[in-house]
Structures are given as C-alpha cells and as structure tokens.
Design a protein around this ligand. Sequence first.
Ligand code: NI
Length: 249
Amino acid sequence: MLVDTHCHILTEYYDNIDEIVQRAKDAGVGMIIVNGVNHQSNVEVLKLVSKYDIVYGALGIQPEEVGDYTEENLRFIEEHICDDKILAVGEIGLDYHYECDRKLQKELFKKQLEIAKKYHKPVIVHSRDCIQETYDILKNSGVQGIMHCYSGSVEMAKLFCKIGFLLGIGGISTFKNAFKVVDVIKNISLEYIVLETDSPYLTPEPYRGRQNEPANVRVILQKICDIKGLDYKKASDVTTGNVLRLFDK
Ligand code: NI
C-alpha cells in the first residue's frame, strides 16, 4: 500500500471527493492524510476522517493564515488532536515568500509545536524561503515529523533527518528543473523519505495542467524508483513503513 502524507482534498477544491478516494484506492493508496490549513478546513478534516476509511487527518493553521486565526481556533486543535484517526499537528510552519508578519508566524508555529509536544503527536511542516529558521526552531522543539514538500539542500536534509524528521517528496520531483530535489532523492536514504501529492497543487508530470489527486503518489514513487534504481514494491514497503513508524500505527 502507498500513503499520501500531505494533501488537501477539501470541498473548497473538489466536488467529487468520493471518486477521488476511490481512484486512490484503485491506485493502491491505503492511507491519505488530509492536512487542515485553517479553522474551516480543520472542521472539515474531522468530517472526512469519519466518512472515509482510508482518510486520516492532521489539524493545523498554516503560516499564510497568521492574520486570521484566533486562540479559540488553537483550542479547537488541542481538543481534537487525540481524536480517532487524527495523526499529527499540520500543516504548520513558516513561509517567508509572502509578506506575512514573520514574528507572528514564528509565534503561531511555536504555539502549535507546543500542542504537538504536549500530546506526543508528530508535526507536518511547511517551510518556504526560510529553511534555516525552520530548522533552528524544530531542533529545540522536542517533536518529530515530516518536512512537507522538502526543497532544501542535501546538507540541510541530513540535519533534519538527524533530529527525527522525514522528508516529504512530491510532484516537484517530476518537473524538468527539479535538480535540487533530485539531488536530495539521490543522496538521502529511502528510510527518510515519504510520499505526498499536496493535492490539489503540484500535479506531477505527465499530468501537469490537471488537478492533482492522491492517486498520483504512484507517479512520485515511480520517479523515486527511477532516480535511485529501486524496485517499486520494495520502495513502496519502505516509504509506507516510514510513515507507520512515525505515526505509531
Ligand atoms: Ni499543503
């Protein structure tokens, strides 16, 4: 079985979630982790995990939402983080690409890391244009997790692995100019790699231009196998094993 560790199959983007889940099953996906990004999507994640057997959830407020969240939204995450099929605090992190208040972003990130630590949950982390700052915060956080859509250097990747983080590899690995990610895939052991689609975004080749969906994790895995010269079934077992170990399943 395959796992999509990071996607957003929410009604905001899809009007056919039944079909999306079925197509994922048909493609050999046994677990889909839907990540919340704000209060509204966190509420929806709870509904999705109770409706679909292979859907699991992560609850979090992502950095772009830093201007809109309330303390009540954080309390909601805390109240539901131990619910059945909720695996992690995510999507959380830092994004310096946008002109959001960086101090507030760090505050929000740290508050959610505290929730993860308190309830012994892993985190799913978004980091854009600030990989060093993200590392510096995570290093002392006492939590483990997944670096979603990892886009840093090989050296940085090794540091994240050392502090208990797995690297989420997605559609970017199939793009023509993906030298950096390909370098990471080549140089990092499969024991530290997990698959993700980030649906509805980042559709892999050869499907670019269409809406992404969890069934496409098989394309990502095939790409990793091509780069590393691995057998598909074995690589599937290893990457899925990494996920199950992290989430204690
Ligand atoms: Ni995401």
